[in-house]
Each structure stands twice: as C-alpha cells, then as structure tokens.
Write a protein that binds this ligand. Structure first.
Ligand SMILES: Cc1cc2nc3c(=O)[nH]c(=O)nc-3n(C[C@H](O)[C@H](O)[C@H](O)COP(=O)(O)OP(=O)(O)OC[C@H]3O[C@@H](n4cnc5c(N)ncnc54)[C@H](O)[C@@H]3O)c2cc1C
Length: 493
C-alpha cells in the first residue's frame, strides 16, 4: 500500500531501501525464525521509526514504553481555533536523501516553503527600521557566510574553533569593504541574523564547535513546513505499528542488563508505576538531556565509561517557542517578516533572554517568537505574565508604537520537562563526531561479546544529522537493522 502511494508521487523515484540495507530487505521473522523480545524506550521519531521497520519485517514481539501520554516526542503540534502551532520541530529539507521529505511524499502531505526571506529589520530607534535595501545587503552577506561555514572542512584544524570565532573573522572582513553609514546598519543586520543560527543550534555560538554546522548545507534542499502540522508525519508510522505495542505513561526508571544467571532475562526494565518488562534487546531512544540526568541511576550495571564520557561531552541546546494571541490583532494579514537588528554585545553578552529573539512569525491572530540558548532556560523559569510583558516591551521599543498586551500566551517547556531536558544535541568545544559514534554504539554483556543487549538511537546518535528529524528517523532505522542482523545471526540464517 505504502509503496503504491510512493510510486504515484511525482519525483519520488528511490524506494525506502535507500536507507535500508538490501540484504535485510526480504528478511522476515516467523516460521522457523525465532523472534527476540524487543523493548524500545521512547515513542519519538527514532523509537517509532525503529518499531515501524521491525513491524515491516514481521516482528510481533516488540513494545514501546513511552513516559508521556502521547507519541511524537519533540514533534508536538498543537491544533486549535483554526491554528496549527508547532511547539517542537517545524521544518525539514526537500530532497530524496532526506528521510522526512520521503515520508511526507509517501503520505502525500501538502508542503509549504518556509518563508525565510530577509524581510524588514527593526532597530531600537523604532519604525520604519533599517532601510530595506540595506537589510537585503546584510541578509545576502550573512547567507553566503553561513553557506561557506557549512561547506568548510574544519575537521583537520589543530585547534577546535567556535562558530562565533569563524563568523567574527568573516564579518570583520565583509564590513571592511563597506562605507561608513552603511557599515553600522549592515553590522546590526548581520549580528541580528546570528540569532537565527543560535536558534538552529540552541546554544551561544561561542560555545558551539564549528564542527557542528559543518555539513548542514550538504542536504541542500529547500526548507518546507507541513501546514496541517508536523504530527501528520507520524501517521504512516503509526499505521504500521500495532496500537497495543505502544504503552503510554510508562516512564522507565531502571534497566538491569547482562545478568550472569542463565535463567534470568537478558534485560529487565522497571517502570515508575512498578510494572516490569523483560527483553532480549533494549533500544534506548530517550533524549541526550535525559541520559545526562538519569544514566547514572537508570542502568544497572552502569554503562561503560566510554559511553558515559560521550554523554557528558556532547552538548544539549535550548530552544523555546512562545505564542502570543490577540483578540484584535494590530497587524494586517499580509505583514512582511520582521526581524531584529542587533549589536554584537547585545547578541553575545549576558543580556536578557529577549535579546536572543531573531524574528516575529505570524499564525492568524498569533505572534510567534523563538528564544534560544541558555537564556531560554532562564525564560522557562519566568511566569507567563513576565514573558508577555518582556515581549510587549520589546515590540514597543523596536516599533516605537504602543502595542497591546496579548489576550493569551502559550509556550513550550523543553527544559523543565524531565522527559526531554533540552531541545536538541550539539557539538560543543569539548566534543566531536567520535562522541556521537560512541553514544550510538551497542553495549554488550561481559559474557556475550557477540550479542549486544543495549542499543542506542535518537537524534544525538546521528553523525552529520544530529538535532534533526532526519537524524532521529535514520538512527531508529539503523538500530532496527542491527536487531534484524542479530536475529539472522542468532538463527544462523
Ligand atoms: C523547539 C524545537 C524545534 C526543533 N525544530 C526542528 C526543525 O525545525 N527541524 C528538524 O529537523 N528538527 C527540529 N528539532 C529537532 C527534532 O525535533 C528532534 O531531532 C527529533 O524530534 C528527536 O527525535 P527523537 O526520537 O530522537 O527524540 P524525542 O522526540 O525526544 O523522543 C524521545 C522520547 O523518549 C521519551 N522518554 C524520555 N524519557 C523516558 C523514559 N524514562 N521512559 C520512557 N520514555 C521516555 C520522551 O517522552 C520522548 O517521547 C527541533 C526540536 C525542538 C525541541
């Protein structure tokens, strides 16, 4: 059924096997093949993708334990009042090498180009803001700079440099070519735009390694959104996974593994509600932030030191969305995109969280803002009233107009939610791809060096695609393939 759909899709030529090892394509369990018992921890995109792949290979004995009451994890679409608000992921790139684009094509989802145009840059002097032609110059310079940074191979550098180090150097070179009055405004436009990049990574650019952004452009398609909501991407996965395989409100507290007693299960999982599950393979897909805060107590015996070092070394960034609703919107429907021009110390200094906001988006009667980096954690601790007041003051300062308070405010809370503890992983100044590789490596019991028990997936384990939906999905499929291969080997096929 799925294959039929995708053959009908225009431009969709490569089958799912582009990300599937061919030798496993025809392998199914059942008949004389003994099926292992698999437990998947987490029903985010990685966990669901692994489950879908196992289901398509005929596996029946797998269970997903999800701590919350919903699937999707960091895909969280909130639909109400004719509005679609994305609290988590909101775009992906077109292109046949992007597994999310392929999923959207299979599902025949209508897609929309993400309006990431230059727009109008507001300055603290109020409207009309920076001249459009000057904003366009700054926007073009920054886009080229970012694209060069993406393509730059800094892996051979002796000293690991931060994204900000690279950018600062290039920004100074670019500004030196401009005349006086133009220079100051272009400078503010460019530093305002660095907040966009900060939101993509989730941390101050001085703390993110240039290795983090290297390769981001290799997937060079257009950015697209799903107007009906990103949660629709999950539908094709859920159709293939038996509903009874997903167990909700099952926060896994401990995973005991590698017991020496031959009659004991290979792994035993205990949930917060005291229910217990036995498994031959445990696929852990909880976010890196959760591993950072619970790995010490979750695994018994402890994880190998190389794994715990990787968990420590990789970074967790922060990104929050804030939506302010107005009973009587004060803007016209066809509003241009507004962005904030900033000075360098405003963006990089210890200023308040509102200084990390790069632009304003509109969803009907609602304004949407993104707050990123450590300042997003700061904001999460503020009350809704305080957040509304700060954002209203920001709008008043940058427009020079009296702007009303919103009638309602909604926002994500990825840091205080103990099932996430942050937005996405990043490569910091103390981490590299070896840590990502180690995080995604399987863990074996001492007495069984050929057959691992603990497997790891999730965006943070995806080399070259961490912090993305594509990375999460391919990591889940990668580990499902590992289970298929191990099952083949155990059955001596
Ligand atoms: C605000 C925001 C914006 C983003 N924007 C984009 C974007 O535009 N494009 C893009 O490609 N990516 C984006 N991302 C990243 C993308 O959302 C993630 O990379 C991806 O969804 C991660 O999927 P995952 O399966 O690895 O983890 P998750 O989706 O986090 O799934 C992990 C699951 O584990 C569960 N869990 C945690 N602890 C336990 C436990 N103890 N027991 C059982 N279950 C547990 C959680 O509840 C969760 O459901 C964004 C992320 C955020 C937060």
């Amino acid at each position: 059924m799925l294959r039929q759909t995708f053959h009908r899709c225009k431009g969709f030529r490569r089958p799912l096997s582009t990300i599937v090892n061919n030798s496993l394509d025809d392998f199914t369990v059942g008949g004389c093949v003994k099926e292992p018992k698999v437990i998947i921890i987490g029903a985010g995109l990685a966990g669901l993708s692994a489950a879908q792949r196992l289901a398509s290979a005929g596996f029946k004995d797998f269970t997903i334990l999800e701590a919350s009451h919903r699937v999707g994890g960091r895909i969280e679409t909130f639909c109400y009042d004719n509005k679609v608000l994305e609290f988590g992921a909101q775009w992906f790139k077109t292109g046949l090498n992007n597994s999310i684009f392929n999923l959207a094509m299979e599902e025949q989802l209508a897609l929309q180009s993400d309006n990431n145009s230059a727009g109008i840059f507001l300055s603290p002097e109020g409207l009309p803001g920076i001249r459009q032609s000057v904003g366009d110059i700054g926007y073009t310079i920054f886009s080229e700079m970012k694209s060069k940074l993406n393509k730059m191979d800094c892996s051979a550098d002796k000293v690991q440099r931060s994204v900000l180090d690279y950018l600062n150097l290039r920004i100074q070179q670019e500004l030196a070519t401009l005349s006086g009055p133009l220079q100051y405004d272009v400078y503010r436009v460019i530093y305002g735009l660095t907040n966009d990049l900060k939101a993509e990574i989730g941390i101050d650019l001085s703390l993110a390694s240039a290795l983090d952004v290297h390769g981001m452009a290799s997937d060079s398609g257009r950015r697209v959104t799903v107007p009906r909501g990103m949660a629709n991407l999950l539908a094709p996965l859920l159709r293939e996974i038996p509903a009874e395989s997903v167990h909700y409100n099952k926060q896994v507290d401990t995973v005991s593994w590698g017991t020496q007693v031959p009659t004991s299960p290979r792994a035993l999982l205990m949930c917060h509600d005291t229910s217990a599950y036995e498994a031959d393979y445990v696929l852990v897909t909880v976010p890196l932030g959760v591993l950072k805060s619970t790995a010490d107590t979750m695994f018994c015996p402890s994880l190998p030191s190389s794994k715990t070092e990787a968990i420590k070394a990789l970074g967790v960034g922060h990104l929050h969305r804030v939506f302010m609703e107005y009973t009587n919107p004060f803007w016209a429907g066809d509003q241009p995109k507004y962005r904030f021009a900033r000075c360098m110390d405003e963006v990089n200094g210890p200023k308040g969280w509102a200084s990390t906001i790069s632009r304003i988006d509109y969803v009907n009667n609602t304004l949407a803002f993104e707050v990123s980096g450590q300042q997003a954690v700061e904001m999460e601790n503020c009350s809704n009233e305080h957040v509304a007041m700060e954002l209203t003051n920001l709008l008043r300062q940058y427009t020079g107009n009296w702007i009303p308070f919103p009638s309602n405010l909604l926002r994500s809370r990825w840091w205080t939610n103990k099932f996430f503890r942050g937005a996405q992983s990043y490569l910091g100044m103390q981490s590299n791809v070896e840590h990502q590789k180690e995080l995604g490596s399987p863990v074996f019991a001492h007495n069984d060096p050929n057959n691992p028990i603990l497997l790891f997936a999730g965006e943070a384990t995806s080399i070259g695609s961490h912090a993305t939906l594509h990375g999460a999905r391919t990591s889940g499929i990668r580990e499902a393939h590992r289970i298929l291969k191990l099952t083949k080997a155990q059955n001596k096929i």
